[in-house]
Design a protein around this ligand. Sequence first.
Ligand code: SME
Length: 151
Amino acid sequence: MIFKTLKPQVKTIISNTQKTVDQRLLSICELLETHIDYYNWVGFYFRNGNKEELLLGPYVGEPTDHTVIPFGKGICGQVAISNENFVVPDVTTQDNYIACSITVKAEIVVPIFVNGKNIGQIDIDSNMPDPFTEADERFLEFVCTQVATLV
Ligand code: SME
């Protein structure tokens, strides 16, 4: 199982104090995008201070115009409010969705908590329809818990 192999690699990246936080976050994006074939865009969004908006952090994949997302807008903005994972098997079924690329078929967003506060999220787009399972959710929750120790 790929997730079992990736978990220690995520830990190794997180604990590498030779790199800046953003470099480590980018390395995590690269690790996931490289090893999981249905992860085609992998990035982090973080809350902008006390403002009700998210700012794009490190990511890999096609550049996006959506570097600032207000709370409530799109899948990401909804997760900023709900504090819950959001799995979208088919993005065409979503009214409140921000399209970044026409190749994207599915999306998963998992929040990052620090001291119980939702401070950001990992966002993954897939070009494959309905690819995400509960195993992805558990793995990405692990990644977010690791990231929470950095920020
Ligand atoms: N699709 C997201 C926007 C971010 S991009 O996927 C990079 C959304 O609906 O919030």
